[in-house]
Design a protein around this ligand. Structure first.
Ligand code: ADP
Length: 261
């Protein structure tokens, strides 16, 4: 089984009786390894809930969630915590770095939290993946916003997760820094010109790390256009997708969704 994430009939409701809200309805979704997927939809359409359930941060009401082939719905809290730590990475709009730690120490944090001695080479490699090999000793206050978000990405990647979840990762960055960051994410996911929906190409021998699978929530069509597929949510249902999206096509689809509500 090759999917990094698979959702089967995923349904999530909040509340009960008259006050029930259906946040996700019977979502079916497969995300191949090395794919870069953006999730879009109007406010309240279920984007955050989808991300939370797919990442094992929230439990679905019914249906199944597979991460890297493991059905996580039946796992105990302890098993789920372990799987999240080993198999998923997260980046947010705010970088959430610890200000008193250097870049290197921030990146090593997930290993420490897992009770492992940080392996310097792995930490260096994660920093190199985001182009920050020369900033290992810098503290967040000595780095630009874009560099801080790169440290956050390196920290998310240091455990070599099956999936990197990103929630508005460029929301706090200016336009050109945001673009550079999205280019980096695209490269991490295998780069342009690779098609995760075709037979995977053999990884180049010199590749330091395997391609990362990325799932990103955004409200910005320009940001979404960096993904290789955009999924559209409306009222908790998947209502469409665009492969190889352009900003214009994404914006047009979003306008259609807003009009049809
Ligand atoms: P989006 O991220 O697209 O804005 P959400 O996933 O946050 O959408 O929300 C989807 C729906 O679920 C909304 O109607 C929202 O009000 C509802 N919802 C989300 N979280 C909760 C919660 N903890 N309790 C009750 N309702 C919630």
């Amino acid at each position: 089984m090759d999917d990094a994430v698979r959702l089967e009939s995923l349904t999530k409701t909040y509340g009960s009786g008259d006050s029930v809200t259906v946040a996700l309805r019977e979502i079916e979704l497969s995300l191949p390894r090395g794919s870069f997927t953006a999730i879009m939809g109007p406010s309240g359409s279920g984007k955050s809930t989808l991300l939370q359930c797919a990442a094992g941060l929230d439990r679905p009401t019914s249906g199944r969630v597979f991460i890297d082939g493991t059905d996580i719905v039946g796992l105990s809290e302890t098993q789920l915590t372990e799987l999240r730590r080993e198999s998923t990475g997260f980046i947010f709009q705010s970088f959430n770095l610890l200000p008193s730690l250097t870049a290197e120490q921030n990146v090593a944090l997930p290993m420490r939290l897992a009770g492992r001695k940080p392996d310097r080479r792995t930490v260096q490699q994660a920093l190199a993946q985001v182009g920050l090999e020369n900033k290992a000793g810098s503290r967040p206050s000595q780095l630009s916003g874009g560099q801080q978000q790169r440290v956050a990405i390196a920290r998310a990647l240091v455990t070599r997760p099956a999936v990197l979840f990103a929630d508005e990762p460029t929301g706090a960055l200016d336009l050109s820094t945001g673009r550079e960051l999205l280019e980096t994410l695209r490269q991490l996911a295998g780069g342009p010109g690779t098609d995760p929906y075709e037979t995977p190409a053999a990884a180049p021998a010199e590749a330091a790390a395997p391609p990362t699978t990325i799932v990103m929530v955004t409200h910005d069509p320009n940001v979404a256009s960096y993904a290789d597929r955009v999924l559209f949510l409306a009222d908790g249902s998947l209502v469409g997708e665009l492969v190889s999206p352009t900003p214009e096509a994404v914006a047009a689809r979003m306008t259609d969704l807003a009009v049809s509500r």
